[in-house]
Structures are given as C-alpha cells and as structure tokens.
Design a protein around this ligand. Structure first.
Ligand code: BDR
Ligand code: CA
Length: 345
C-alpha cells in the first residue's frame, strides 16, 4: 500500500484530488488535514468529511489546523470555488466529526510513527506544513516524499500578476518550507506542481461525459457553455452529479476570466503525481518566495542555473502529459462512481 497524508483547502480541484486518491485501491489515506485557503478551514473539513461519506469512506481522520496564515490576514476565494468551496455541489451535512487532534499534531505524530513510509501531498497554502516543520524539522527526512501544488515559474500568476493562489495566501509559510529543504538530498526535495504545468490539466465538457460513461451512466452528462449558469446535473450517480455540479461552477469561473469553458485541475494532477500514476519530468532549482515587496508578495522565483550559489530546495515539474492524466483520473474515479449506489431522483 502507498500511504498518503494530505493537506488541502477543498476546493473544487482538491475535491477531485481527494476522490481520485479514494478511488485508488493501492492508496491508504492516513489522514486529511485542512488549511484555510479557498474557504475557511472548518468549511474545508466539512467538505472533506462529506466527500468521504459520499464515496463510502467515512472513518478517515479529518483534522483542522491553522485557521489563518502565519503573518498576513486570511483571504478566501468563494468567487472561484463557490460559497462552500465545492461549486454548485450540495452535499448532505456529514455525520462524521472533525478530529479533536490539531493538524500539526497529525502530521508530526503520523510521520514519526511511520518513518520513511508516508508521502505528503499539499494542495492548499503551506501554513500547516510550515508549522509542522517548526515542531519536527526532520519531517523531510522522515517522509517518503512530498508533492506540493503551488507557485508559478516564469509564468503568469493566477492571483496577482506574478503569484499563484496557494503561495499567495501564505507566502511566509511557503518561504519557510522551501528554506527547510535547502541542501537536502535530491530525492527528498519536494516535487512542485506549479501553474505552468497544472494549467495544462484543462478539464473540458467531454471529460465529464467520459466520466459518466466510465461510471456506467446510460444518459450523457452534458455540461455545456450554452446551458444556463448553475444548471444542476440530473445524473443518478451521486459522485458524477457532485463532480459535475462542482466543476460546472469552476468552468463558469474560468470563462469569466477569458480562459474558456474549461477548468484547471491543478490538485488532481498533483495527487496523481504523488502516487506515481501520471508521467512528469522535473528540474532541480532553488526556490525563493517573495514576502516583502507589496506588489510582488507571493511571487515564486526559481534559480535553475545556480546563479545564487545556493543548494536546490525543490524539484519543479517541467513536463507532464494531460491526456494520460485525464485517462487515469476518469477511469479510476469512474470505477469508484460505478461502485456507488445510485441516488433516488
Ligand atoms: C490552487 O489554488 C486553489 O484555488 C486550487 O485549489 C489550487 O490548489 C491553484 O492556484
Ligand atoms: Ca487547493
């Protein structure tokens, strides 16, 4: 089994990342910790609990950590991810409860208990992980690896002209995390899935149709640009309907910002990277996060050429294969959806 510990700010693409990992029979999710980002940390936790229950996997621990960034006020983005963080999807209130453990305790205790076994996956701001590193500076050596969705390198930002959302929400945490990895062996450096490759994971209407087909749905799942905004799925499959309603919102958001009727599945790509089920290439670099300049705060700069004469602290993903990634996501999540009882209409 592959053990994964996730930190998320669910989040439409975080939701697909979680559902994808739940769909993998060889993956054991040790726990899910929640960071404030797309929505507040408690709402993130409720979303995760509800998604676990939807997928028949209640019982995975869901813990809340820091509810605000290390040094700057929290900004959330309901405009991007919907009022509850999962677009138009409306899930029943979860029966399960948020863990009494703090997210930082979960990281430190879980990784210490399974040295060398756990892959970390972070698809939200790095607040919780930075705090965990303060408590246990050996986390990079104790983990089996770390995959981060965050940053953009020589590429336009999606939050400021030069900054990506996850880093922008808590730039001080991101800077602390990259600094903590400075000089560590190449194999333990975080694999960083940044916008220049995650924006290539562009989900289009035909992907939702393929998902419904993979789930065994007889009717086509049509999420189309000409339909009224906010139209809800009629799918009988609860997971297809949830993802379709969530992703429609994300597509409408991308269209609003002239990116077309598509949705970038940043975090789902990072999840597939974390479990080694999608091809990618990386290049080592020294990453610095700007935390001072008002206009550039949250900007990630990578020195690929050793100009700063500092050791590498990251492996930045420089190539990926969107077609293969969608084949993987659709077939795996489709099989999970097919196994679920249909919802009553
Ligand atoms: C990242 O920001 C969030 O809105 C998404 O969930 C993703 O993790 C992309 O910049
Ligand atoms: Ca996210």
């Amino acid at each position: 089994m592959q053990s994964v510990l996730m930190d998320v700010d669910t989040g439409i693409d975080d939701a697909l990342a979680l559902v994808y990992l739940l769909s993998r029979p060889e993956v054991a999710i040790q726990a899910i910790t929640c960071t404030a980002g797309n929505v507040g940390a408690r709402q993130v936790a409720l979303n995760n609990l509800a998604l676990l229950e939807l997928c028949g996997r209640a019982g995975v621990e869901v813990a809340v950590g820091a509810e605000v960034p290390l040094e700057i006020p929290l900004v959330t983005t309901e405009e991007t991810h919907g009022p509850q963080g999962i677009g138009y999807a409306e899930l029943p209130p979860p029966a399960g409860e948020i863990s009494p453990r703090h997210a930082v305790d979960v990281w430190v205790e879980t990784v210490r208990a399974h040295p060398g076994e756990i892959t970390g996956l972070i698809t939200g701001p790095l607040t919780n992980f930075a705090l965990a590193l303060r408590r246990e500076p050996d986390l990079p050596k104790l983990l089996n690896g770390l995959v981060i969705m965050g940053g953009c390198f020589n590429y336009l930002g999606n939050t400021t002209p030069t900054a990506e959302w996850n880093v922008s929400v808590d730039p001080h945490a991101a800077q602390e995390v990259f600094a903590a990895y400075s000089g560590l062996p190449h194999d333990s450096l975080p694999v960083v899935c940044a916008l220049e490759t995650t924006e290539r994971i562009e989900l289009r209407p035909e992907h939702l149709q393929r998902l419904a087909e993979a789930a065994g749905e007889a009717e086509p799942e049509l999420v189309l640009p000409e339909q009224p905004e906010g139209q809800r799925s009629r799918s009988g499959n609860p997971l297809v309907a949830c993802l379709s309603d969530a992703i429609r919102f994300y597509m409408e958001f991308h269209r609003l910002y002239d990116q077309g009727f598509v949705a970038h599945m940043h975090d789902a790509f990072a999840a597939a990277v974390a479990v080694g089920r999608t091809p990618y290439g990386t290049r080592p670099a020294t990453v610095h996060v700007e935390t001072a300049s008002p206009r550039l705060i949250g900007t990630t700069v990578a020195d690929f050429r050793g100009i700063w004469k500092e050791p590498a602290n990251a492996r930045i993903v420089t190539s990926n294969d969107p077609g293969q990634c969608f084949d993987e996501l659709i077939s795996s999540v489709g099989a999970l959806a097919r196994s679920l009882p249909l919802r009553s209409s």
